[in-house]
Design a protein around this ligand. Structure first.
Ligand code: GAL
Ligand code: CA
Length: 388
C-alpha cells in the first residue's frame, strides 16, 4: 500500500490514479470478505490520494503565483519618463541609448527600472500633453529635452503638482525657470566651449594648410550652417567659432549663414543652393553640428566637385558618421559633445533623487546646472573616440 500511495502520489490526474489502483488489485480474483476490507482500504487510500493531490496542486499554484509576485512586490520600481524634443535627431537618440544602458546598470534584485521614451515631435504644446500623459500613467522621475527651451512652465507646473523631479537636458532652460522649484535640474554641454574648440581646430587647419585659401586672397570665404533660431547651442556656437577664428588671426569673409535645424537633409538642400550660387569660392564650412556637416558633404558628393575644389568642413557632436568622415578626410574635424558623460550624470541624478539621497559629488553650477566638457576631434586623435 505504501508503494501504491507513493506511486499514486506522483500521478497528476485522478484518472491515472484510478487505473493504477485497479491495476494492482484486480477485484475478480478476491472473495467477498477480503474484497470488502480491501475495498474499504482502497477507498481510504483514494481519499488520501485525492487529499495529497489537492495539497500538491495548491503548493504548485502558490509557488507559480504567490511566491513569484511576492518577490516582485518586494522589488521597488523606478519609472523614468524620457520626453524628447524629437525622435528624429541622431545625437539625441545616441544620448538616449547611453541613458538606457546606464539605467539598466543600476538595476538590482531589489530595484527594477522602467524607462519610457516619448516623442515631443518638435511641438511644445504636444510635448506638454505627452508629459501630462506620462505623469497620469505613473512616473517617478521626468527627463525632458524641451522643444522650446523658453517654455518649460507647463511641464514644471505639472511635475511640481505631482512632486516629480525633472531633469532637463540638452536644451537649457533659463535660470529664472529652473529656480521655480528645487527639484529641477539641467544636464548639458558648455555651448561656448564647443564653438571655441571648433574655431581652434579650424584655425589650426587653415594655418597649416595654405591650400585652404584657394584663391590666395589672404581671406577665408566661409558659410555657416546654423542649428535653429533661439537654441543656445546654435547662437553661442555661431558666435564663438567666428570670434575664435578671428582671435587666432584668421581673416574671414562671410558668404552666407543658413539655418538647417540640426538636420542632415535640410543642410544638404541649403548647401546645394550655396554651391550653385558661390561655386568653388567657398573655402570653409562651419556647421553647428555633425549632421549638418554631413549634409554639406552629401551636397558636395552629389555636385561632382573634385576633392581639391571643396572647402574644409567642421562639425560638432562626434557622432560615428562624422568620425568616419574624418578618417576619410571628408570633414576635417568635430568637437565631441559628451553624450556618454551627460547620460551618466542624468542616470545618477535620477537614482539619487528617487532614493532621496543627498546630492553629493556633483559639479553643480548655479546650484542646478551640470555642464560636461567638450573635446576636440581631428584625424590625429579620432581613433580614441571610435566605439564610445
Ligand atoms: C545639440 C547637438 C545637435 C542637436 C541639438 C538638439 O547639442 O549638437 O546635434 O542634437 O543639440 O537640441
Ligand atoms: Ca580666400
Amino acid at each position: 500500500m505504501r508503494i501504491l500511495g507513493r506511486i499514486v502520489g506522483v500521478r497528476s490526474t485522478k484518472q491515472s490514479v484510478g487505473i493504477k489502483v485497479g491495476g494492482f488489485l484486480p477485484r475478480h480474483h478476491i472473495n467477498g470478505r477480503i474484497y470488502g476490507r480491501i475495498h474499504g482500504v482502497e477507498r481510504m487510500v483514494t481519499m488520501k490520494v485525492r487529499w495529497s493531490i489537492y495539497v500538491l496542486v495548491c503548493c504548485v499554484l502558490l509557488c507559480l503565483t504567490g511566491c513569484g509576485s511576492n518577490k516582485e512586490a518586494q522589488r521597488s520600481v523606478l519609472r523614468v519618463g524620457v520626453v524628447l524634443y524629437t525622435q528624429d535627431d541622431p545625437f539625441i537618440n545616441a544620448l538616449t541609448d547611453c541613458l538606457k544602458e546606464d539605467l539598466e546598470d543600476y538595476e538590482t534584485d531589489s530595484l527594477k527600472i522602467i524607462m519610457t521614451v516619448r516623442d515631443g515631435k518638435n511641438d511644445q504644446k504636444l510635448q506638454d500633453e505627452v508629459v501630462e500623459e506620462i505623469l497620469d500613467a505613473g512616473c517617478d522621475i521626468l527627463v525632458v529635452d524641451l522643444v522650446d527651451r523658453t517654455e518649460p512652465s507647463n511641464i514644471i507646473k505639472m511635475a511640481k503638482n505631482e512632486n516629480i523631479p525633472v531633469i532637463f537636458f540638452n536644451r537649457e532652460p533659463v535660470r529664472e525657470d529652473l529656480m521655480q522649484w528645487d527639484k529641477l535640474y539641467y544636464v548639458g554641454g558648455d555651448a561656448r566651449q564647443s564653438g571655441t574648440m571648433q574655431g581652434e581646430i579650424a584655425a589650426q587647419v587653415i594655418r597649416t594648410d595654405h591650400s585652404v585659401d584657394r584663391n590666395a586672397d589672404g581671406k577665408i570665404q566661409y558659410v555657416l550652417l546654423e542649428g535653429e533660431t533661439g537654441h543656445q547651442d546654435a547662437i553661442i556656437r555661431t558666435d564663438s567659432v567666428v570670434k575664435t577664428l578671428q582671435e587666432q588671426g584668421i581673416t574671414l569673409e562671410k558668404l552666407s549663414y543658413q539655418f538647417a535645424n540640426w538636420n542632415r537633409g535640410q543642410a544638404e538642400n541649403k548647401m546645394t543652393q550655396l554651391i550653385h550660387h558661390y561655386g568653388d569660392e567657398i573655402e570653409l564650412v562651419l556647421s553647428n553640428n555633425d549632421e549638418m556637416a554631413m549634409g554639406a558633404v552629401a551636397a558636395y558628393e552629389a555636385s561632382g566637385y573634385p576633392k581639391e575644389n571643396r572647402p574644409v568642413i567642421f562639425g560638432i557632436d562626434g557622432l560615428d558618421s562624422a568620425l568616419d568622415a574624418i578618417q576619410n578626410d571628408l570633414i576635417q574635424g568635430t568637437v565631441y559633445n559628451d553624450r556618454a558623460g551627460q547620460a551618466e550624470q542624468i542616470s545618477r541624478l535620477a537614482m539619487d533623487l528617487f532614493q532621496g539621497k543627498e546630492l553629493e559629488g556633483y559639479d553643480f553650477e548655479n546650484e542646478r546646472y551640470i555642464f560636461l566638457p567638450y573635446q576636440k576631434v581631428t584625424a590625429a586623435n579620432v581613433e580614441e573616440f571610435l566605439n564610445r
